[in-house]
Design a protein around this ligand. Structure first.
Ligand SMILES: Nc1ncnc2c1ncn2[C@@H]1O[C@H](COP(=O)(O)OP(=O)(O)OP(=O)(O)O)[C@@H](O)[C@H]1O
Ligand SMILES: [Mg+2]
Length: 288
């Protein structure tokens, strides 16, 4: 399901001295089944934008279309159906836990959407494995688990409703690099298996380069740029003007290009691939 923002503005604390235009006339489409990254400096409006996708926020002006769901300032009718289609994972998903056992927590979403108890339990078993935890954990209290385990349980809970769209607002912040990679692999596996759309808010440019196929750059409540990661990251001057920097691996490629005065240099984000390009260039030079 495509997600279309039609001239969306969002104003916090409207008609007060603290009125804040957090989104200004946003026109953008997040394509169905894409892995779209939303980047931008702190306070640029990323969370405000994504919270419109599951109706946590409604637009002050304009409309948001998510598949067949239409959200306007007033329409809140089919929120339940919308929340079934759109799973939202916050920066600290473990704060979303509340049930007495892990199993009940994971089953909560599906049961809420009228799935039978047998099927909900089956989903819980399936999802606990998908997030890399043992089934033994299902009967324990979520509050006696480690922070990393709690996070995985919370994510299993969101995935158990099998949303078609998953919105992730900095889900890997404060995780170590291995935890971060495991988490991202989890989301890409889910995306493949369910043909889902992923919307990822992140400050990690390496993550964008590695996983996203579409990037939206926000600046002061507006869309500054959008395109593929290589299109966006090749605009390094524009990015640095708004306080963002391409991933370090791209810098290395640029330095190499400059050092050898090359007109062309491919945009690559993978270390192995970059090493191969460099080796090919150096070896071919030697043979001349
Ligand atoms: N509940 C609120 N009430 C008033 N202003 C708000 C509220 N939430 C956000 N804002 C303001 O709206 C603007 C956009 O905030 P938002 O949280 O969308 O930014 P962000 O890009 O997600 O930032 P970060 O990277 O720090 O998470 C900011 O100026 C922020 O101060
Ligand atoms: Mg935010």
């Amino acid at each position: 399901m495509d997600i279309v923002f039609n001239n969306v503005s969002h104003i916090y604390m409207r008609n007060t001295p603290f009125e804040k235009y957090a989104l200004k006339d946003i026109k953008v489409t997040i394509p169905s089944r894409s892995f779209t990254a939303i980047i931008g400096a702190t306070g640029s409006g990323k969370s405000t934008l994504t919270q419109h996708i599951n109706g946590l926020l409604t637009p002050s002006k304009g409309t948001v279309q998510i598949g067949s769901h239409h959200i306007t300032r007033k329409v809140r009718r089919d929120m339940r159906a919308l929340r079934q289609d759109v799973g939202y994972i916050f920066q600290y998903p473990e704060h979303q836990l509340f049930e007495e056992t892990v199993e009940k927590d994971i089953c909560f979403g599906p049961l809420n959407f009228d799935v039978s108890e047998t099927i909900a339990k089956r989903k819980a078993h399936e999802m606990i494995e998908l997030v890399g935890l043992s089934k033994d954990i299902l009967q324990r209290s979520p509050f006696e688990l480690s922070g990393g385990q709690m996070r995985r349980v919370a994510i299993a809970g969101v995935l158990a409703s099998e949303p078609k769209v998953i919105v992730l607002d900095e889900p890997t912040a404060s995780l170590d690099p291995i935890g971060r990679e495991e988490m991202m692999t989890l989301f890409t596996t889910y995306q493949k298996e369910h043909e889902a759309t992923i919307v990822l808010v992140t400050h990690q440019m390496e993550e964008v380069a590695q996983y996203a196929d579409h990037v939206i750059v926000m600046n002061k409540g507006e869309i500054a740029m959008q395109g593929t990661p290589s299109e966006v990251f090749s605009q390094s001057d524009m990015l640095s003007a708004i306080g963002l920097h391409p991933p370090p691996i791209m810098k290395l490629g640029h330095q190499f290009k400059r050092r050898f005065n090359l007109d062309e240099w491919p945009t690559v984000f993978d270390e192995g691939e970059l090493a191969e390009h460099m080796a090919a260039f150096l070896l071919s030079g030697r043979e001349k």
